[in-house]
Design a protein around this ligand. Structure first.
Ligand SMILES: CC(C)(COP(=O)([O-])OP(=O)([O-])OC[C@H]1O[C@@H](n2cnc3c(N)ncnc32)[C@H](O)[C@@H]1OP(=O)([O-])[O-])[C@@H](O)C(=O)NCCC(=O)NCCSC(=O)C[C@@](C)(O)CC(=O)[O-]
Length: 286
């Protein structure tokens, strides 16, 4: 498999479930996540260590994790938004990546974590220090990375500038997040074509929330610009409940896989387990 064509897929059941109005039973989450582990995704964004008052659906992340059977090469990723979350996550050596949403919009940073961007940056520095000597790495989501719906200032140069600044702290993993599906293909191309060659040592991916109308063109723009890390969720469910009045779905894994197949990208996806996972999606999101 040529490196040029290798694509890393992060399946995001946490993003899919976090805003779902009906509480999903812990046992059902565990069964689903264990099936997703068998599908062979590179990374599984399985849960978050945040305030149960802010996101009740994720209150059982500790219990869920205890039921997971880590398999093959699938890495585990958990979302955190503060040091308390990092402490909780670091109690589990099986977690590989701690995902921190750092917003380019002050309004979203406040809505999501009741922090200013400056406070979030301080949290990132402290958490990065906490990770020293552990196996876990921080992954920064640049949330609202393609603009925001609140009228906050935005400039595409900030994506480059923040990656540069955060990489100087030792952070190696980034996901450029279109949190409420505002991106357009030209912007996606300009951003990826700038940051990927500028930071070849970093792992920079796309976390695209999409609409039925823009998913293909935005995915294509990222892929053709050299992006080889994609986040997605089966069924296209999900979104951040703090971002907008309505959840903006994730790029659907089914569509991502189909697109990558059409580009002749070799994938290590186990079809039977994928089918099983799709059946479970229909039972979970009711
Ligand atoms: C940050 C806070 C806590 C501030 O919330 P707050 O109310 O301002 O802060 P607080 O310190 O007063 O804490 C409130 C309560 O939460 C507790 N608490 C505090 N921290 C934790 C923790 N880590 N774990 C467990 N409990 C915690 C704390 O102890 C307290 O409990 P109480 O005394 O009231 O009983 C809250 O706003 C929060 O948890 N926000 C989470 C937001 C979130 O999970 N958003 C979704 C994930 S991000 C996302 O979806 C975007 C992404 C990743 O997909 C990329 C993209 O698309 O952009």
């Amino acid at each position: 498999m040529s490196n040029q064509n290798r694509v890393i897929i992060t399946e995001c059941p946490r993003d899919a479930m976090q805003g779902w109005p009906r509480l999903i039973a812990t046992e059902q989450k565990i069964r689903y996540l264990n099936v997703l582990m068998r599908v062979g995704f590179d990374v599984l964004d399985f849960g978050s260590f945040v305030s149960p008052k802010a996101v009740p659906q994720m209150a059982d992340t500790d219990e869920v994790l205890k039921g997971l059977e880590k398999r093959g090469g699938t890495q585990l990723l958990a979302i955190i938004v503060n040091e308390r979350g990092a402490e909780r996550a670091l109690a589990y050596p099986q977690i590989d990546l701690l995902g921190f949403p750092f917003s380019l919009s002050e309004t979203f940073q406040q809505r999501n974590a009741h922090q200013t961007m400056q406070q979030a940056l301080e949290q990132v520095k402290h958490i990065q220090a906490m990770l020293e000597g552990t196996q876990a790495q921080m992954l920064i989501y640049l949330s609202m990375g393609f603009g925001n719906p609140y009228g906050d200032p935005y400039h595409e140069d900030w994506v480059y500038a923040w990656i540069d600044r955060l990489a100087a702290l030792g952070i190696r993993y980034f996901a450029l997040a279109d949190t409420v599906a505002l991106a357009h293909p030209d912007l996606i191309r300009r951003i990826f074509q700038r940051v990927l060659p500028a930071f070849p040592e970093l792992h920079i991916g796309a976390h695209l929330h999409v609409t039925p109308h823009n998913w293909q063109q935005n995915l294509q723009a990222a892929f053709e610009s050299g992006c080889r890390r994609f986040d997605s969720a089966l069924g296209g469910y999900g979104g951040c409940p703090m971002a907008a009045d309505q959840l903006t779905g994730n790029l659907a894994t089914e569509q991502l896989i189909e697109y990558l197949k059409n580009q002749s990208v070799p994938l290590s996806i186990h079809q039977e387990w994928l089918q099983k996972a799709r059946q479970m999606v229909a039972e979970i999101f009711v």
